[in-house]
Design a protein around this ligand. Structure first.
Ligand code: CP
Ligand code: NVA
Length: 316
């Protein structure tokens, strides 16, 4: 697949960096990669000879494996680097690491605690920098999620997508922006102190004016879920927020996605979760293992969406 275009050579630190056309382009390209994969085309050597550094400050199963496989299927070599084994862990500055790695590799993807680490990497690297999850956004997840929503529910412009739970986290932020950029009606149900960051809210409102999308915030999960086409949740305690665990569990108890809540959604509603999930906390076993759940398709789509991102950013 020839891949010149508006994303070539760019960083992807968040859905905030993408226009609505660029979000659509990535989702459409991901669909093509997935179709080709199912027709038997595993290897599309668009990035032959390239090397992609994957830096991890935190654990990962899906992102790490799907990025390694995506790179390999595009003909590139992924290099997994755990921060604890790098000189970063002994105090070498992020900016020095960025400049050195740029001399060896064609892109740097990183999973970090603080979003500012990604900003520093991007400011000093000469190659594209990709966010594999920060405390602020998880764009690769949201792009795969929009692919899943388009495949299973059709045009997002007709859909009510309801996110329930901790809405001030990376998953909620990226999903909100991706959904409104694709023209969806995005609804959030969360306690007021866990409503999305102000910057995300104002960007989502601005984008909605252009795309016909909408962002609505509720405190009452029942009211929010009524008529939902998609019900989405994520963990109550994100990586790096362990000190708030007890307080979050108390605060978010009324926001558990259980059968009773799912009954309020529209017929044929789907349940989504980025995983890993904590059964008995944000979601019950009955829901995640039940007829609504599309979490395995959702996880699979990480691979196809990331192939699209890598090809669009890096193809010569
Ligand atoms: N959803 C997600 O990013 O999973 P991992 O933490 O396993 O990468
Ligand atoms: N919000 C979660 C997402 C994990 C993929 C976290 O940051 O831990």
């Amino acid at each position: 697949m020839a891949m010149p275009g508006p994303l070539r050579g760019r960083d992807l630190l968040g859905i905030s960096d993408l226009t609505s056309n660029e979000v659509r382009l990535i989702v459409e390209t991901a669909r093509l990669f997935k179709q080709r994969f199912y027709l038997g085309e595993r290897i599309t050597p668009a990035l032959k000879g390239m090397t992609i550094a994957l830096i991890f400050e935190k654990p990962s199963t899906r992102t790490r494996v799907s990025m390694e496989v995506a790179a390999a299927q595009l003909g590139a070599t992924p290099l997994v680097l755990n921060r604890s084994e790098m000189q970063l862990a002994r105090g070498e500055p992020v900016r020095d690491t960025a400049r050195v790695l740029s001399r060896y590799v064609d892109a740097i993807a990183a999973r970090v605690y603080s979003h500012s680490t990604l900003e520093e990497l991007a400011a000093y690297a000469d190659v594209p920098v990709i966010n594999m999850l920060s405390d602020y956004e998880h764009p690769l997840q949201a792009l795969a999620d929009m692919l899943t929503i388009v495949e299973l529910k059709g045009d997002p412009r007709r859909l009510r997508i309801v996110y329930v739970g901790d809405a001030r986290n990376n998953i909620a932020h990226s999903l909100i922006l991706a959904a409104v950029k694709m023209g969806a009606h995005m609804v959030v149900a969360a306690p007021r102190q866990l409503w999305p960051d102000e910057r995300i809210r104002s960007q989502a409102i601005k984008e909605s004016e252009l795309t016909g999308g909408k962002l609505e915030l509720y405190e009452d999960p029942q009211e929010a879920v009524r008529g939902a086409d998609v019900v989405y949740t994520d963990v109550w305690v994100s990586m790096g927020e362990e000190e708030y665990a007890e307080e979050r569990r108390k605060l978010l108890q009324p926001y558990q996605v259980n059968e009773k809540l799912m009954q309020l959604a529209s017929n044929n509603a789907i349940f989504m979760h980025c995983l890993p999930a904590h059964r008995g906390e944000e979601v019950t076993n009955e829901v995640i293992e039940g007829p609504w759940s599309v979490v395995w398709e959702q996880a699979e789509n990480r691979l196809h969406a990331q192939k699209a991102v890598l090809a669009l950013l890096l193809s010569p």
